[in-house]
Ligand binder design. Structure first.
Ligand code: NAD
Ligand code: UDP
Length: 318
């Protein structure tokens, strides 16, 4: 297959490009490097099956030659990133998604959308099944991301209905691993960076809020299973084991052996209280389930961050 990956220079996108190449597919990576970094895909450039184009997919998407599938991952994903780029986030979720859908339609290609657990907002139903419609504040600061992704799902479903486009929707829950930016502001990258540099860990609120953390390799297997199917979903993809942010902090401190203190900061506006996916649909239809435990995944991520102290903004790890 020849697969177009929008946002292929980001954290998840670069792992997806790599996995596709590893199994023999050709990859066209489209990225504007607004939140991704060229270094994520630099090692793929010598591969003749890999092409990289620096483009803003909100402006338009055109790819010459055969296209068998489009994986649309382009979008800021970390809250500080999308809060800093509110209009660009809305643009890439709306116009960017439409441009990627039109590309798939022109080529008769399969289209998969990287949607998010954020479409459930601050959920009133717990844990979250795909049948839950969500609880999103449509004018709050996070709405630029949540509503953009809700629109992206809506327009993808409409292309499926109106044009019979082969669409698949993945609702991705918090995913972590190597190639997260150390200072992207997400909780896993922040805690690891802070623990390794001896800075205080920044817990927002009392740390009693929960998330379910999925290791990147598991997520990429899930995205490939969706890509290879002709199922629309939507499918929750995430790890169903729920942890409090406080537990995550304790685990990172234990695994790094760090003596960092823990500081509490105000909880961000509209920060969801609980998050846990029901993954029965993905298990039964795609045959997918996560396999990597949190301590194992965190150890691998800590090793990645620790191997390059320069990335942490210090000359040596504390
Ligand atoms: P990321 O920020 O590392 O990657 C996103 C990539 O998209 C970046 O390389 C960025 O430069 C690129 N991009 C952004 N706007 C673009 C535009 N207009 N044109 C071209 N490229 C553009 O984030 P990630 O964690 O890899 O997330 C990838 C996708 O998965 C996103 O769509 C995100 O919403 C979704 N997702 C991720 C998570 C997670 O926990 N990592 C959870 C839910 C959903
Ligand atoms: N969080 C935190 N300290 C940080 C960054 C995040 O306590 O330094 C909290 C945040 O308030 C949220 C959870 O960790 O409750 C997950 O945040 P993240 O930004 O990683 O993902 P999202 O909120 O999008 O699920």
């Amino acid at each position: 297959m020849r697969v177009v990956v929008t946002g292929g220079g980001g954290f998840l996108g670069s792992h997806l490009c790599e996995a596709l190449l590893r199994r023999g597919d050709a990859v066209v990576c489209l990225d504007d490097f607004s939140t991704g970094v060229p270094e994520n895909v630099a090692h793929l450039l010598p591969d003749p099956a890999f092409e990289l184009h620096r483009v803003d997919v909100s402006e338009g998407v055109d790819v010459a030659g055969q296209v068998d599938a489009v994986a649309h991952l382009a979008s800021p994903a970390s809250p500080p990133d999308y809060l800093r780029r509110p209009l660009e986030t809305l643009a890439v979720g709306s116009r960017g998604t439409e441009n990627a859908l039109r590309l798939a339609l022109r080529h008769g290609a399969r289209f998969i959308l990287a949607s998010t657990s954020e479409i459930y907002g601050d959920p009133l139903v717990h844990p979250q099944e795909e049948t839950y419609w969500g609880n999103v504040n449509s004018i709050g600061p996070r709405s630029v991301y949540d509503e953009a992704k809700r629109y992206a799902e809506a327009v993808s479903a409409a292309y499926h209905r109106a044009h019979d486009l082969d669409v698949g929707i993945a609702r991705i829950f918090n995913t972590y691993g190597p190639r997260m930016r150390p200072h992207d502001g997400r909780v896993v990258s922040s805690f690891i960076t802070q623990a390794l540099t001896g800075e205080p860990l920044t817990i927002y609120g009392d740390g009693g809020q929960t998330r379910s953390f999925c290791y990147v390799d598991d997520m990429i297997r899930g995205l490939l299973a969706l890509l290879d199917s002709s199922e629309m979903g939507p499918f929750n993809l995430g790890n169903p084991i729920e942890r409090t942010v406080r537990e995550l902090a304790e685990t990172v401190l234990a695994l790094t052996g760090s003596v960092s203190e823990v500081n509490h900061h105000p909880l961000p506006v509209d920060d969801p209280v609980r998050r846990r996916p029901v993954i029965t649909r993905a298990r039964e239809v795609l045959g997918w389930a996560p396999e990597i435990e949190l301590t194992e995944g965190l150890s691998r991520t800590i090793a990645y961050f620790g191997a390059r102290p320069d990335r942490l903004g210090v000359s040596a790890a504390a």
